[in-house]
Ligand binder design. Sequence first.
Ligand SMILES: [Zn+2]
Length: 380
Amino acid sequence: MLDTKLIHSLPKLPTPILTVYLDTNPANPRNQRIPSGARIWLKSRAKVLAARSPRAEQKLFREQVERVDKFLRSPAPRERGMVVFAGPDVWLELPLQVDVEDELHWGRPSLTQLLWLLDEHQPSGVVLVDRSGARFFRFWLGEIEEDAKEFFRLDISQWRKKHLMPPAQPGMQKTRGSMRDVFEQRVEAQFARFFRDAAEKIAAWVQREKLRPVFIAGPNESVEPVWAALPKTLCEHAARVKGFSGKITPAELQQRIAPESDRWKRAYELAVVNKLLAQSNGRRAVVGMDETLANLQQGEVRELVVVRGLGGKLRQCVRCQWADRSADPACSACGGERRTIALRAALPELARENGVTVEVVAGEAATKLRAAGGLAAWLR
Ligand SMILES: [Zn+2]
């Protein structure tokens, strides 16, 4: 699983460096041929890029392309996609379990596609709960990983000892049922307490790890009481996945969660876009490319909502970095020179500079938002 510390270190990689994004999905027919479509694409794109690279760097560039090609020739199993950063003293490969588009860059490390992928795939959580305990999993970029330190076991071995011992003074205990009934009631009370404790632990974990949504998974008899004990605000970003045993393996759990996760995300995105469109009066929210970009750069935006794969070009001032769609060759703020830049490249940077979270939407939400300019935002 990707590590956020590693991601933050990427902009500091020494230059020049080769950045390769590749669709290596074994299910893609192009990758079932030999040589694979990924290798063919890399070779042909490298030719184009070599022609544009500084003469002094040509040899270095070819060496790095060759290293990546050698890696692709090795018979290791492939993920759906990958990113490689390769330089004379650097080799960093990030396998990705999500769809990646082929890209090749030379010079500075190119993080644009990675930033979009990270915005699109926020980490979510899965808590597998049954009567033996609760296990905590992070679900991110198509991978699942257990958070073992959160593991929460219910130890019932002590109850039996404590509660099935005969009372010290017979006759003191006035119960209507048999000893067994008393025991059963106490066991149920312990389970109820365990489920409440689990809910409390889940709420703290979700907040600390910034997970959205969290799925409460397992057999019905365990999922329901945990769900009932969760804070109501958390339930807005949570869902139940019921009807299976707590003995499921992480791989099976991932298979069960992936479609639920997609469904949840599509419904959530649609609700967000509907709400945005209803409240886009310029006070709480803005909709449309120009107005959103202006508010973003003025520091007025809290959260950006953008259609996945949004295209278009901006002009950006080389001096103060102000970017908009006007054709003006000089910056209206500082008079500096303006250069054309793809919106796709500019947006993740603008969002990060302004401390804004980005929600990337697809499906029906994207269709609605695209009709309104493809870009919108919640204001501070
Ligand atoms: Zn300027």
